[in-house]
Design a protein around this ligand. Structure first.
Ligand code: HEC
Length: 381
């Protein structure tokens, strides 16, 4: 439907509207209605809206428009008696909503205000790409997507790997990084047995108290204790690391863009700085770290730990294990989540199938019925 025919339909509407209010005529002096179109002449007034609308829509409103054209063409009529339908059909109703300057100004101010408020809250509009002048080096090299064994929709963590990863964390990373959100009890049933976890906890002294004499005392750890932090506070951590703070690793997999792939790449990605790149003393070059210069030196070297299960402790093996462990630490519900997801998919597909079946059964009678009209038999014939 072109613009012109749309306009016809629209005028058809206006015709109907005004015919109800009786505030118009077709442009002739007498109101006998001899020139009225067919639809208007015969139809009772309450029937007009539907009939005329349908009529004008279906036939591109030729009939409904005729009177307008006729009226406009009659030259002998004084112009004051010619009243055009579309211009007469209630000024207020026909006016577009933004016609007045006040309305236009209000709408503009409202729009500009909303955008200003949104960008103030959220930084930029969602559909406008962020523009920044960073080079790839400043953003850090994009990590490779590695085929983690728990990648798939139904794949759970490799728990032997979590156990080895804990060993790497404990023997290497724990010298600088805390793991505040993990308690010894969390390891039970995941990477260690209850007895193993209890034994590991007991090797650590925890401060407790006060006792009856009001003094703090130390005691061996319990399953309910959290893993010990390497430094008592942030200042101590910075003082030992040339001013840099080793972040807590509990949620690091969720806290970094690229997650596990990034951390694996970071741990295995230390190289000599390329020509032209100056690295300050005490800093290290890692292309995956945004900016390239990181305070943490390379910490993993082949054979650094000795795995109890005999797995060769190469740099990449240890990195993979410790990242799996850190991923578990950040997302301990991971395995359970996928298990529940599978159950939910099965359950909801069954429910969907049942409801489709019931719907068809209920509607079958309605959809397949045939309505017949049997005319009454004329008995007098
Ligand atoms: C000698 C101390 C030390 C050891 C050991 C250490 N780190 Fe770090 N780590 C740091 C410091 C310091 C930083 C802060 C780096 C910075 O902001 O420049 C850091 C930062 C990090 C980061 C954050 C990088 C980022 O994007 O901000 C991760 C992840 C990390 N370390 C993982 C590990 C893992 C895993 C291990 C064990 C395999 C480990 N670290 C061992 C000192 C250490």
């Amino acid at each position: 439907m072109g613009v012109a025919s749309f306009w016809h339909v629209f005028e058809g509407f206006m015709l109907v509207e005004s015919s109800q209010s009786h505030s118009w005529d077709f442009g002739h002096a007498d109101h006998s209605g001899s020139r009225r179109p067919l639809a208007f002449r015969s139809a009772p007034s309450h029937f007009l809206p539907l009939k005329t609308t349908m009529f004008s829509r279906l036939s591109a409103s030729k009939a409904a428009l005729k009177p307008v054209a006729t009226a406009a063409r009659i030259p002998s009529l004084p112009s004051s008696t010619v009243r055009f339908l579309s211009s007469n059909a209630g000024q207020a109703a026909a006016q577009p909503p933004l016609a007045s300057r006040t309305a236009l100004a209000t709408a503009s101010i409202f729009t500009v205000g909303s955008i200003a408020w949104y960008t103030h809250l959220y930084g930029s509009l969602p559909f406008v790409g962020e523009v920044h002048a960073n080079s790839p080096a400043e953003d850090g090299l994009h990590p490779t997507a590695y085929p983690w064994s728990h990648n798939g929709l139904l794949d759970t963590f490799d728990h032997a790997s979590i156990r080895r990863g804990y060993q790497v964390y404990r023997e290497v990373c724990a010298a600088c990084h805390s793991l505040d959100r993990i308690a010894w009890r969390n390891l039970v049933g995941v990477s260690h047995t209850a007895d193993e976890a209890r034994a590991m906890a007991e090797e650590v002294e925890y401060q407790d108290g006060p006792n009856d004499a009001g003094e703090m005392f130390t005691r061996p750890g319990k399953l309910s204790d959290y893993l010990p932090a390497p430094y008592p506070n942030e200042e101590a951590a910075r003082a030992s690391n040339a001013g840099a703070l080793p972040p807590d690793l509990s949620l690091i997999v969720k806290a970094r863009h690229g997650g596990r792939d990034y951390i694996f790449s970071l741990l295995t990605g230390y190289v000599d700085p390329p020509a032209g790149v100056e690295i300050r003393d005490g800093m290290n070059y890692n292309p995956f770290f945004p900016g390239g210069a990181i305070s943490m030196a390379r910490v993993l070297f082949d054979g650094l730990v000795e795995y109890e299960d005999g797995t060769p402790a190469t740099t990449s093996q240890m990195a993979k294990d410790v990242v799996t462990f850190l991923h578990w630490a950040a997302e301990p519900e991971h395995d359970e989540r996928k298990k529940i997801g599978l159950k939910a998919v099965i359950l909801f597909s069954a429910l969907t199938a049942i409801s489709l079946y019931v719907k068809r059964a209920k509607w079958a009678g309605v959809k397949t019925r045939k309505i017949l009209y049997t005319p009454p038999v004329d008995k007098h014939h």
